[in-house]
Design a protein around this ligand. Structure first.
Ligand code: AMP
Length: 215
C-alpha cells in the first residue's frame, strides 16, 4: 500500500477521506492542521503565535510546521502506511519533504489532488463541524456526513464545534493562499510523475473508490 500525500484547497475533503482510509485500510493519518491545533491549545507563546496565524487564514511558519511533522514521522511505526494531510503547502515545504523522506528512506508514495472550485469549497466550509475530542469531521449540510444526533459526535458523544477559521472571511484568505502558495506544487509533483487528480465534488464513497485504484 502506498503512502499518500493529499494536496487540495481548504474543505475539499482531505480530512474526511483520510478518516475513511484510516478506518478501511489502517493508514496512519498525519494532519499538520491537527498537529497545529494541538500545539495552540497549550496556550504558551508558540501556541498563541500559531492561533493568531491560523485564525487569520495565513500559513504558519515553515520551521514550526516542519518540527511538528518531522517529530511525528520519526516516531511512527515504519511499517504502517501514512497519509500526509496538509503538508506540503508550498514549494519550499515540498522540497523539504523530499529531504525528510530521503533521510527516512521513504520512497513509496503518491500525491492525490482533490479538485474542487471556490464556491463548493466555501459551502462545505460553512457546514463543517468537528469533534474537538476525537477529531471526527461532520457536515451539517451533507446528508452522508451529518451526525446521528444534531451537534453531537457519533463516536465519542462530545459536543461538536465549528473551527475558528471556518468562516467566509478567513476562507477567502485561505483559498487565495492556496492558489498562490500551494497550487504551484501540483506541477512539481506532475513533473515527478506522482500526481493523481480526483474530482472532489463527487460523493465521498466514489472518491474513496478512485483512491483505492491508485494506492
Ligand atoms: P487544515 O486543517 O489543513 O485546513 O489547516 C488549518 C490551518 O493550519 C491552515 O489554514 C494553516 O494556517 C495551518 N497549516 C496547516 N498545515 C500547514 C502547513 N503545512 N504549513 C503552514 N501552515 C499550515
Amino acid at each position: 500500500m502506498k503512502n499518500i500525500i493529499f494536496v487540495a484547497p481548504p474543505a475539499a475533503g482531505k480530512g474526511t477521506c483520510s478518516e475513511m482510509l484510516t478506518n478501511n485500510f489502517g493508514y496512519n493519518h498525519i494532519s499538520t492542521g491537527d498537529l497545529l491545533r494541538e500545539a495552540r491549545i497549550k496556550g504558551d507563546d508558540l501556541g498563541k503565535k500559531i492561533a493568531e496565524l491560523m485564525d487569520s487564514g495565513a500559513l504558519v511558519g515553515d520551521d514550526i510546521v516542519l518540527e511538528l511533522l518531522s517529530n511525528e514521522l520519526k516516531s511512527m511505526d515504519n511499517n504502517q502506511a501514512f497519509i500526509l494531510d496538509g503538508y506540503p503547502r508550498n514549494i519550499l515545504q515540498a522540497k523539504t519533504l523530499d529531504n525528510l523522506f530521503n533521510e527516512l528512506s521513504i520512497d513509496n508514495y503518491i500525491v492525490i489532488y482533490l479538485n474542487i472550485d471556490y464556491d463548493k469549497a466555501l459551502s462545505r466550509t460553512l457546514g463543517r463541524l468537528i469533534c474537538p475530542n476525537c477529531k471526527t469531521g461532520y457536515n451539517k449540510d451533507t446528508t452522508s456526513l451529518k451526525p446521528k444526533v444534531d451537534g453531537i459526535c457519533d463516536k465519542c458523544g462530545e459536543k461538536l464545534i465549528t473551527r475558528s477559521d471556518d468562516n467566509e472571511e478567513t476562507f477567502k484568505i485561505r483559498f487565495d493562499n492556496y492558489i498562490k502558495e500551494t497550487e504551484p506544487i501540483l506541477k512539481y509533483y506532475q513533473e515527478k510523475n506522482l500526481l493523481n487528480i480526483i474530482d472532489a465534488t463527487q460523493g465521498v464513497d466514489d472518491i474513496i473508490k478512485e483512491i483505492e485504484r491508485v494506492i
